[in-house]
Design a protein around this ligand. Sequence first.
Ligand code: GLY
Ligand code: MN
Ligand code: MN
Length: 438
Amino acid sequence: MIEQKEYARRRKQLMRIVGDEAICIVPAAPERVRNNDSHYPYRQDSDFHYLTGFGEPEAVLALIPGREHGEQILFCRERDPEREAWDGARAGAEGAVADYGMDDAFPIGDIDDILPGMIEGRTRVYYHFGRDVEFDTKLIGWVNRAREAVRRGVRAPHEFVALGHVLHDLRLYKTRSELRVMRRAAKIAADAHARAMRTVCAGMNEHEIEAELLHAFRKQGAVPSYEPIVAGGANGCVLHYRANNAPLKDGDLLLIDAGAEVDCYASDITRTFPINGKFSAAQRALYDIVLAAQRAAIAEVRPGRPFIAYHDAAVRVITAGLIKLGLLKGSVQKNIEEGAYRRFYMHKTGHWLGLDVHDVGDYRIDGEYRELEPGMVVTVEPGIYIAPDAKGVDAKWRGIGIRIEDDVVVTRGEPEILTSSVPNDPDEIEALMAEARA
Ligand code: GLY
Ligand code: MN
Ligand code: MN
């Protein structure tokens, strides 16, 4: 759990950056209807969560640095015993102040009357324009109301700034307590992958393995951080495979890309292993390349290295390995220059990880890849995918899709691998699977 004082620290930090002439307006995620009166599972907006830890919908945070009558204001749902009997407890305005460290709080129904007055006198509005058209329209209405005050000699906003620009840079550097939560999300996902390795056998269906993952997540109170990919055989070559409904065949590999979310923080793991517990020679040859690529990449996850360095390292190892196996021809350099390796490795080697699976934060600054710094967390996920109909490729390679993905923290010393409790070494995978079958 992240403590309230940390959320307060984040709000203060943001207010310090935006300055006394600004107002930041951050809405909670809207509830989304699935059909009729059924909703999708509610997931708080990551930015709103980062600044409040407040889990309810229908809320808006206003940060107004230097405001005499309170800088941190929450608009939220009122207490309502009848509604709470149906939908569960609400914090209410009193709870927002007492339990969430707000200076003041108001019913969300009063926002049209109150917020324009708070915007008056501020020259800059920080907000996520274009994320929620309905809210954009409301905001324009409030700003226009505030502009009416210009006649009374009050200043009105004339600058609109993308909130993400400042906030997402803060989110990029994880604190000790964030890393604690991320370690737990990683451990739960790692345990789920190990459970899948122990359980799988030929004749099962992909959805049965998905059920094992979900069981492991929910048993520990986590939810999936994205829809799990459970892809047997050639389905592993479909990068965003989500059907998860094919039978698992003896002799095929199983690629699982599944992560857990704890207190809104994500983990993101991929493991690829043989359904019958033993890699074939061809599978092992390709697997060894991907693993070597991942190890070379992780060695580049260090302070001062440009973000792209670990991708480049993985590409070099994969390209050299594919040439050695005869899947690519010519020199490593030429294959990389011409992008020939992309036929078998078509995605990047990773992304920021945090509250979002593909977490926020710029990858480049002024056009140049930014340098890694302690506290940043990335995934390292090289792969090789030989399509089942790949032309000019020996049949023994076709339909093999392999990815190995771990979550790695940049530290002052060695990279910290959050997800190492589920093996990615092929001998260790085979040993774990053999033990479960003994
Ligand atoms: N699971 C999404 C990704 O690996 O990027
Ligand atoms: Mn990933
Ligand atoms: Mn993934």
